[in-house]
Structure formats: C-alpha cells, structure tokens
Design a protein around this ligand. Structure first.
Ligand code: HEC
Ligand code: HEC
Length: 363
C-alpha cells in the first residue's frame, strides 16, 4: 500500500498565511528536527494548520458507502444481521461472528488473541467503521468485505464448517429460505441460499456497524466543555509533535495503510508475507481505527500492549529500528505530562456503550 506522504498535506497557501509566532516556532522545530536528521517539512506542515481545519478532518461520516456490486437493501441487512449472530455457521454450533466481534465489546472480543476451535495468532479487530476500510485483515489479505465472511467459517482453527454444510443447515430452516428469497428477489428461490448471497448479506450488515458519537465529536462541533483541557493538548500532540495523525487520519482515525511501527517480532512479518520483496511492508500491519479505543484493550494485532499508557510509551520509545520501520516512527522524547495528555485525548474517542439487541434467529 502506498503511504500518503505527510508533506503532501501542507498546502502552499496555508503556509504562506503563517503568522509571525507560527513561523518562529516552526523555525525552532526545524532546527531541532534537523539536529535529529528528520525532514522538518513533515511535522511542520501539520502544526501550522489552523485548529479548525485540523478538527474538520476528523468529523464523523454518517453516510455509509455501499458498493454498486452489493447495494444496500433493508431485507439484505435483516438477513445479514441474523447470519452474523448465527452459531449454526460454526461446525459445533457454538460460535458465531458475534462471538469474536461482540457489539458489547465495541465489536471486538477483549482478548489478546482470538480463540476459535483452536487458539488463533491474531487479535479480533473491531468492525466499527469497517465500511470505510479499503482492504481487510491485519495484513490486508482480503480485498473486499464480501471476501472476509467465508474465511473464518471454513478455517478449521476458527468456525470449522464446510461451505456445503453451512448452506445445508440454512436451507433446512424455512425462515432462512424466506429471508434469502426476500433479500435476493431476482434469483431462483431454490438457489437463493448460496455462498455469494451469504457473503453479500453479511457484508451489508457489517457496513452498518459505525461508532456512536464520542465526546471528541461534540468538541469538534463546538462544545468546548465536552472534553478536558489536557485532552485538548493531547489532540495537539496527536496532530503535531507526536506525529500520530500521519497514519491515524480522517473520520475513523486510520488512513487504511500498512505500516511497521517497530513492534512486531522478527518472524512476525504481517503484510510482508504477501509482498516478500517490499522492504517497507515487512512487519507491516493495518493502521487500526481509534474509534472506541478506550473500550478495546488489549491493543495491537497480537494484543501485546495491555493499555493506552503502554501504547503511548511504546511510540515514545520508538520501537525496533530496522529498514521496514516507518520513517514516522522514532523516539519522541515526550514528557510524562505529554504522554498522559495523549492518553487523555485517546479516551475522548470513546462514546457511551451502545445497546445492541441480538436478532431473533429463525428456527
Ligand atoms: C474466533 C474469532 C472470530 C470469529 C468467530 C470471526 N472472526 Fe472475524 N476476525 C477475527 C480475527 C482474529 C481477525 C483478523 C484476521 C486477519 O487479520 O487475518 C478477523 C477479521 C475480520 C474482519 C476484517 C476486519 C478488518 O478491519 O480488517 C472482518 C470483516 C471479519 N473478521 C468479519 C467476520 C465475520 C463476518 C465472521 C463470521 C462469518 C467472523 N469475522 C468470525 C476473529 C474472528
Ligand atoms: C507510521 C504510522 C503510525 C503512526 C505514526 C502511529 N500509528 Fe498507531 N498504529 C499504527 C499501526 C500500523 C498500528 C497497528 C500495529 C499492530 O497491530 O501491530 C497502530 C496501532 C495503534 C493503537 C492500537 C489500536 C488497536 O486497536 O489495537 C493505538 C491506540 C495507536 N496506534 C495510537 C497511536 C498514537 C497515540 C500515535 C502517536 C504517538 C500513533 N498511534 C502513531 C500506525 C501508526
């Protein structure tokens, strides 16, 4: 995945408007950064942006994009919601998608690494905002959301069922036959219960999984009381000195790219498995959303960091210096106060828990 270069975001006009104080501090930053042999344009361009512009980049998107290959319909959504909670889609009938993508746990499972029929090596990612994620999976092995559904079902370590058996079980239930026929009215009713339709219905439901508004959203809409002063300073660090916003950008706090942040062990190559000759994709994992992040510990693709303080400490330390590590990752020299301001900011991205009623399943 090409990384959007941060320098591209600082427009010339914005820099030309820079007033005196801004220019002085920017100069000082450049001197400091030059001492650290870092390109000063990279961080300076962000810090010069007026606060309003910065905030606007994070405004929640509420219109879910549905692809023309799998357009929205209410009947498809209804079917997808049932399938998502359906334990009959696992071999032993004990586990549904919602076991690991649990709405009560911000659509994750709270475990360091997922547990299916066997222990898995990766943490269950949240599905919040998944409609906007261009390529799926920690290493981006799934090109579309539709492609993800069958993977966990067929994997012996996960749900451990065959496609044939899954479709047989659904076809045996009149309520599902009717729900598939309603969701896919143009197909022969005898063929409506198919793998493609199952994938499309699940993806339609998953696209509707979005984060509830958080205190941060109220703040960027103008309510100065919505978050504390320390969190506001944390936002400035996030978008400035700490460089977090270079990857955690946009309404979902991710640019969807794959990066080595210097944490994964030597044999844990992530996206490097798919791109063996790319230096930068060794140990690279998907930049995750930060929506609801306070409720989704432990963190990272392997659940290796227990809390947000540990995450910020790891970034401050800079991780393993190796050719694949992103240029944006390096020791940050944050003060203890700055570290806790960053954590205070991260906490404002979590809204109140959203009650979610599991659907009644046809039997
Ligand atoms: C045993 C736990 C478990 C179950 C059950 C499970 N998943 Fe997952 N899910 C995971 C893990 C772990 C990953 C990360 C896999 C990877 O990156 O290769 C994942 C990744 C995903 C992703 C990619 C998200 C992203 O941001 O990249 C989607 C979408 C998804 N699962 C949907 C589903 C659906 C639909 C089902 C049911 C058919 C399901 N999952 C069942 C654990 C589970
Ligand atoms: C070079 C891009 C990049 C930068 C800069 C960056 N991150 Fe990340 N962030 C990532 C990637 C990639 C992951 C996932 C890594 C993994 O799973 O091993 C991640 C994971 C996280 C997580 C864990 C989320 C979860 O669900 O597991 C948090 C929290 C986080 N980053 C916060 C920050 C903060 C705070 C900063 C600034 C100090 C920052 N990031 C800077 C790319 C980046």
């Amino acid at each position: 995945m090409a990384k959007r270069h941060p320098a591209d975001t600082g427009s010339a006009s914005r820099q030309a408007q820079g007033f005196a104080v801004g220019r002085v501090s920017r100069l000082m930053r450049c001197v400091l950064l030059a001492l650290l042999a870092l390109p000063c344009a990279v961080l300076a361009s962000r810090a010069d942006e007026p606060l309003q512009d910065l905030k606007a980049q994070y405004r929640r998107e509420t219109t879910v994009p549905f692809p023309s290959s799998d357009p929205y319909s209410a009947a498809k959504l209804r079917l997808g919601r049932m399938l998502f909670f359906e334990p009959k889609l696992s071999g032993p009938g004990t586990r549904s998608c919602a076991t690991c993508h649990n709405p009560a746990l911000s659509w994750g499972d709270g475990l360091p690494r997922a547990v299916g029929e066997q222990a898995l090596t990766l943490r269950s990612p949240t599905l919040l905002g998944v409609a906007w994620i261009p390529v799926l999976g920690w290493d981006g092995k799934y090109p579309t959301l539709e492609d993800v559904a069958i993977g966990p079902m067929l994997s012996p370590a996960n749900m451990n069922i065959t496609e044939r058996e899954a479709l047989r079980r659904l076809s045996a239930i009149a309520g599902y036959r009717a729900a598939f026929a309603e969701a896919f009215p143009r197909s022969d009713p005898h063929e409506a219960v198919s793998r493609t339709h199952l994938e499309q219905a699940l993806a339609t439901f998953e696209r509707t999984i979005v984060a509830a508004p958080a205190p941060f959203d109220a703040w960027i809409e103008g309510n100065e009381e919505a978050i504390g002063e320390r969190a506001k300073r944390g936002f400035l660090l996030f978008t400035g000195k700490a460089g977090c916003a270079e990857c955690h950008s946009g309404p979902n706090f991710t640019d969807g790219s794959f990066q080595d942040i210097g944490l994964a062990a030597e044999d844990d190559i992530g996206r490097g498995r798919l791109f063996p000759s790319s230096v930068k994709l060794q140990h690279a994992f998907k930049v995750p959303t930060l929506r609801d992040v306070a409720r989704r510990a432990p963190y990272m693709h392997d659940g290796s960091l227990p809390d947000l303080a540990a995450v910020v400490a790891a970034y401050d330390q800079g991780g393993i210096d190796r050719p694949s590590r992103s240029e944006l990752i390096h020791p940050l020299s944050l003060t203890p106060e700055e570290r806790s301001e960053l954590v205070a900011f991260l906490r404002t991205l979590t809204g109140d828990p959203q009650p979610f009623e599991a659907p009644e399943l046809p039997r």
